[in-house]
Design a protein around this ligand. Structure first.
Ligand code: PMV
Length: 309
């Protein structure tokens, strides 16, 4: 993971994965398991000793109180000295692809590496979760888990992830369907709906739970057709919680018309990204690009990798 470690003044470099939630976002906040996957794009970070704390993201000095609060929380968690940290994103921020968690994990790994320390899950995730709490208030921890392990797993809040072994790396079509939405706002929206309509929301959560359970069986069997159907149902249920948008529905429609086996929003919704499962994900990406959207194929490794380079 690190390139130079061990001595005072060393530079630590590391990376972390972005993520997609295959099924179960929002429900995971209420204790329902979700299925997530780390993807082969995320964030890179380097850290080295400096007289003043510095944080540069995508070539620009970090601005605003939130990001500094998050950086301080992460540094305090690791008892880090004063460092200059540079980080670069490989996924669009605020789009449900786990950009902030990937930054948190990559930075925590780089900081530990610059300190000459190992970077086990316990320390990295504690630091990255401290960073995430500043942005997301009450994160379930699913994003940082995906950023750390980069594989496919079932996640229940407060429990260790259950890794799902895949027959082959999972290849997904991913598109930025709309402008970013705030995860905090979207999570609060569901909480408010639940206060007003507990019957509706709790039935929806139960239904999502059963979709997740079935999808967890489809994945190790390589049943993409089954997985796609379950993703479509999940999208319908998310729409019922007011998490979808016309842009998201349009992106799902384009994917299905071009032969996708299933498509849904991923992450908080209200904008952000759509994922589609298909025999030929490149064809779906091409259809989205023809419609003027930014899209790419993401790959998820079949096994967990703690030493993500
Ligand atoms: O940060 P996002 O957009 O990937 O959303 C995270 C998933 C939620 O279930 C909506 C929130 C959470 O903390 O799990």
């Amino acid at each position: 993971m690190a390139d130079e470690t061990g001595s005072a003044g060393a530079t630590g470099s590391a990376r972390a994965n972005g993520k997609v939630i295959l099924l179960g976002e929002h429900a995971v906040v209420y204790g329902v398991p979700a299925l997530a996957a780390g993807i082969d794009r995320g964030a890179r970070a380097s850290a080295s000793a400096a007289p003043q704390p510095e944080l540069v993201i995508d070539g620009r000095p970090a601005e605003g109180p939130e990001v500094w609060q998050a950086f301080t929380a992460l540094s305090n968690e690791l008892a880090a000295p004063t460092l200059r940290v540079t980080a670069d994103l490989e996924v669009p921020p605020g789009s449900g692809l786990g950009a902030s968690a990937a930054l948190g994990v990559a930075i925590a790994r780089a900081v530990l590496s610059a300190m000459g320390k190992p970077a086990p899950a316990e320390s990295v995730l504690a630091a990255a979760n401290a960073w995430e709490r500043v942005f997301h208030g009450n994160p379930s921890g699913i994003d940082t888990t995906a950023a750390f392990y980069g594989s496919c797993f079932k996640f229940k809040r407060g429990h260790a992830p259950e890794f799902v072994e895949l027959v082959a790396p999972l290849r997904l079509a991913v598109v930025k369907a709309g402008p970013p939405a705030s995860t905090k706002t979207m999570v609060e929206g569901v909480a408010k709906l639940r206060e007003r309509r507990p019957d509706l929301v709790d039935k929806t959560l139960e239904a999502i739970q059963s979709l997740v359970q079935n999808a967890a069986l489809c994945l190790p069997a390589g049943d993409l057709v089954g997985l796609g159907k379950l993703m479509d149902y999940n999208q319908m249920l998310l729409s019922g919680l007011f998490l979808s948008t016309p842009e998201i529905e349009r992106a799902c429609g384009i994917a299905r018309e071009r032969g996708a086996l299933g498509a849904k929003l991923t992450g908080a919704g209200g904008g952000g990204s759509v994922i589609a499962i298909a025999e030929d994900p490149e064809a779906i990406v091409a259809a989205w690009q023809e419609a003027g959207l930014t899209a790419f194929v993401a790959s998820c490794a079949g096994v967990a990798d703690e030493d993500n380079p």
